[in-house]
Design a binder for this molecule. Structure first.
Ligand code: HEM
Length: 127
């Protein structure tokens, strides 16, 4: 078997489905929607680019937007531990719906947990 590149295992179509489902959940999550734009089309487009390279695919995000610097790009937003949990719960639900399972899902999700926790930049008290 060839070495596993998660992006190749998942495929562009499934990844796109996952991200669309994810943002449909973000859009209605009480802890999340207030800090996101009303129209999530562009956010989803950028997240698809980012996840593509995060999973070992082509560097679509960097090619268009430069170095990801995700923590810095999130600084304007109040990312509390509660919001990180909310973000991850939307992602877990989206993964369930798209039918991700097994080792790939476990590894992908574990990595997102680390990244989400790294993104936390405020405590619950805010500002
Ligand atoms: C953008 C929130 C975690 C990747 C954003 C935006 C918000 C946000 C408010 C701006 C949306 C916009 O204006 O279009 C959060 C919260 C998180 C979180 C509350 C909870 C921990 C993550 C994680 C990743 C990620 C774990 C990657 C694995 C991105 C990307 C963008 C983004 C790629 C688009 C950046 C751009 O504008 O170029 N996020 N985020 N975020 N987030 Fe997060």
């Amino acid at each position: 078997r060839k070495p596993l590149i998660p992006y190749e295992e998942i495929g562009a179509e499934k990844l796109s489905e996952l991200i669309d489902l994810f943002y449909a959940k973000v859009a209605v999550h009480p802890d999340l929607y207030p800090i996101f734009p009303d129209d999530l089309t562009e956010t989803a487009r950028r997240q698809k680019q980012f996840q593509t390279q995060y999973l070992g695919g082509p560097n679509l995000y960097t090619e268009e937007h430069g170095h990801p610097m995700m923590k810095a790009r999130h600084m304007p937003f109040h990312i509390t531990p509660v919001r990180a949990e909310a973000w991850l719960s939307c992602m877990a639900d989206a993964m369930d719906e798209v039918g991700f399972e097994g080792n790939l899902r476990e590894m992908y999700f574990k990595r997102l947990v680390l990244t989400a926790n790294h993104m936390v930049n405020r405590n619950e008290e805010g500002s």
